[in-house]
Write a new protein. Structure first.
Length: 741
């Protein structure tokens, strides 16, 4: 009997089906050994020796108990650096290998990898094991220690110079810098006015010419209604040149002159150009393009996308979802081509398979692309698939199929027309053959232009002058930020979603619609880091570190040598900066408005930055500690919110202390709560409790315990509300709350 170790219970369940009774399959549930949370955990004096500790003692005990009766150990964790490190740590903890990775006498250890969880793939891996790759382990250790050194050395600087509780990260801080610099670009952008002129015309004479000017003050709906009522047979010609040169239309006076020059005159066709366009399919998905496609097409966050893809992989439906290789296995290509021929027709199949060799900068492990394990799988009615999983699976499948289909063929047509020395141009295109678009269902905007020839006359029906203003560059969405990080060689497939979620969790950036906006805290943190630790958040420097990690993974560089060269100048920089950064350089943002006075001593106030954002502080601080929220509310004002009729209708009354005093309402990072009247001296807090009618209105009838005898209780936590057993936290089973639609 052999013990097989994987990461997740779901993966263990899938693999167990394929291995049979001669194998015990257990899940480590991720890393079981890591650096400690409460201290740096790296002995710098002893050549950066990590002080690892067991983070999941119950799991380790379970694995040890299972291994006692086994005659072999099979390490089947994921095929990347993290997986290799998990395997190394577990095998060492079980006594199966030494620190050098060599198998301990009397033990039978094998390492297997597979990019898809199917019977054939798992069997093939079992029959062809390999040794642990210590170079990959070292690369993971180097990254982990490097991130720990940066975080534990820089974060205390932020605590002392800005606010307690802030933190810095090696890669996350670079992502924050990108977000802040984009915001700086937008602020520096000069908005310029410009106009466009469109002539809607037809090839027969008309009775009247209608001229319209639409400026920014024009009612948007009125403009939309006017355009919708235009005769659909009219062709839109756009003014493009004067005497063969581009026209700068930056004010209304210029456009009015041109309108007077051309109104009522015939458009003489001067050129007609028709040319074919091939629209080629894109490569199959890799981690970054999966995340970007899911953001753009489905509106999913990168974190949500990877969580869903993980489930699909563990259930055996897709290949490994952390990869930067566009390569597709020959067997999969053959299967895809057969499916395309049967489903879409032979005319959609290229003579030879399409191949894609280009990879992202600093590509890590050269795995396979992300694709379905079985192109013929029918997911309709499959209970394994949630609606979210259907969407991600369909996205992966459709793009994988499209990558092996013929190009779409379009026909582009442009018509140029002259009015005196002015040139107008109409453009259009139509799809001749949809090719790979049949699989992706991507819509191509078509505009069929009528037949015409040089010398024909067209007659103006409507002249429309439209005012515009240049727009600042768009903020980063999750998709565009991932693309930028990939271009710069910063981060890796497994880290993009974590990078983006981290800067949001830390409240350094917030999402407004699809876009990331830096908070006041994020901007100040970035300001300090770029001013005093510019090399740490430098794009090239960070990319070069990623290169060095790759060299370690390839066995070309010793990981502790890399850390030594990084740490010495970094430590000097930290020490010098700590001594010279003024305390208030980054916390005082300016003077408050004159009408804002301190509630304690009436003195003027200043705008300061704290852990949770901006607030007004007395200018006499620390002698006076009066503060107001940025909307001018005092602590007393905020606490009085609990006395409003609306609040009383929604929540149960304040609980009481043993001596009969009422708890008081406080507002913290995660919302309101009841605090002991002697808070914070007595650190006793209780959650707000909805009245039953309000609770049912918002969340529906509470579910019952499994025996049906008791109702679950609505509780609130760090991540929102949940239904909990009356004996919670003794009985830890909870149910996620769904708001009533």
């Amino acid at each position: 009997m052999k013990l097989v170790i994987v990461e997740s219970p779901s993966k263990a369940k899938t693999i167990k089906k394929y291995l049979g009774k001669d194998y015990i399959v257990k899940a480590s549930k991720g890393h079981v050994i890591d650096l400690p949370k409460s201290k740096i955990g790296v002995d710098i004096e002893k050549n950066f020796e990590p002080a690892y500790e067991v983070t999941k003692p119950k799991v380790v005990k379970e694995l040890k108990d299972a291994y006692k009766g086994a005659d072999g150990l099979v390490l089947a964790v994921d095929l990347d650096r993290e997986g290799e490190a998990i395997a190394w740590h577990i095998a060492r903890k079980l006594g199966a290998i030494g620190k050098d990775g060599k198998i301990t006498k009397g033990h039978n250890v094998s390492r297997i990898v597979f990019s898809e969880i199917t019977k054939d793939a798992v069997t093939e891996a079992i029959n062809n094991p390999r040794e642990l790759n210590l170079d990959l382990v070292d690369a993971q250790q180097a990254r982990r220690v490097l991130d720990r050194l940066v975080g534990y050395k820089l974060s205390p600087i932020l605590w002392k110079k800005i606010a307690f509780g802030l933190s810095a990260g090696r890669v996350q801080s670079v992502a924050l810098r990108l977000v802040v610099e984009k915001e700086d670009e937008r602020r520096a952008f000069n908005i310029d006015e410009y106009w466009s002129l469109d002539s809607y015309a037809q090839n027969k004479e008309i009775a009247n010419l209608d001229i319209k000017y639409f400026d920014q003050e024009t009612d948007t709906e009125a403009k939309k209604e006017y355009l919708e009522k235009l005769d659909k047979s009219l062709v839109r010609f756009e003014l493009s040149k004067l005497d063969g040169k581009k026209i700068e239309l930056d004010n209304k006076e210029k456009i009015e002159k041109i309108v007077n020059d051309v109104k009522g005159k015939e458009l003489k066709i001067s050129d007609v150009e028709i040319k074919p366009i091939n629209k080629n399919p894109k490569p199959p998905l890799i981690t970054s393009t999966l995340q970007r496609s899911a953001v753009n097409k489905l509106g999913f966050t990168a974190k949500r996308t990877m969580s869903i893809a993980q489930k699909l992989y563990e259930k055996g439906y897709i290949t490994y979802m952390r990869t930067d290789s566009t390569n597709m296995a020959k067997s999969a290509v053959d299967s895809a081509r057969k499916y395309i021929s049967q489903t879409f027709g032979k005319e959609y199949l290229p003579t030879a398979p399409n191949s894609y060799s280009k990879k992202s900068k600093n590509a890590q492990e050269a795995h396979e692309c992300i694709r379905p394990v079985d192109f013929y799988l029918n997911i309709s009615g499959n209970k394994d698939f949630t609606p979210e999983m259907v969407k991600i699976y369909s996205l992966i499948k459709n793009i994988a199929l499209a990558s092996q289909m013929k190009s779409a063929k379009l026909e582009s047509k442009s018509i140029k027309a002259q009015v005196d020395n002015y040139e107008f141009k109409a453009t259009g295109s139509i799809v001749i053959f949809d090719g790979y678009l049949a699989a992706t269902n991507d819509k191509v905007s078509e505009n069929l232009l009528p037949d015409t020839k040089i010398g024909d006359s067209w007659y103006q029906s409507n002249l429309i002058a439209d005012q515009h203003f240049t727009q600042p560059p768009a903020r980063y969405s999750e998709a565009s930020l991932i693309k930028k990080l990939e271009e710069l060689g910063i981060g890796r497939p497994s880290t993009y979603s974590t990078i983006i979620s981290t800067i949001q969790t830390r409240k350094y950036a917030l999402k407004e619609g699809r876009y990331l906006i830096p908070t006041d805290t994020g901007e100040v943190v970035n300001k300090l880091l770029t001013r005093y630790f510019n090399n740490v958040v430098d794009y090239s420097f960070t990319s070069d570190l990623e290169n060095k990690l790759d060299q370690i993974a390839d066995g070309k560089l010793k990981w502790k040598d890399m850390l030594g060269k990084f740490y010495e100048p970094f430590e000097i920089n930290v020490t010098e900066s700590d001594a010279k950064i003024p305390r208030d350089e980054f916390t005082v943002l300016g003077d408050a408005p004159e009408n804002i006075k301190c509630p304690e001593d009436g003195a003027p106030m200043i705008i300061k930055l704290g852990r949770y954002g901006k607030f007004y502080s007395c200018s006499n601080y620390p002698d006076c500690k009066g503060i107001l929220s940025i909307d001018g509310k005092s602590k007393e004002d905020i606490e009085k919110e609990a006395l409003t009729d609306e609040f009383k209708e929604s929540y149960e009354s304040a609980p009481k202390t043993e001596d009969g005093r009422d708890y008081t309402y406080k507002k913290g990072k995660f919302g309101g709560f009841w605090a002991h009247p002697d808070y914070p001296k007595v650190k006793d807090a209780k959650p707000l409790v909805y009245k039953r009618a309000k609770m049912i209105e918002l969340f529906g009838e509470p579910p019952k315990t499994e025996d049906g005898k008791q109702e679950l209780i609505l509780r609130s936590g760090k991540f929102g509300y949940f239904w909990a057993h009356p004996d919670y936290p003794k009985t830890k089973k909870i149910i996620k709350v769904k708001k009533v639609e």
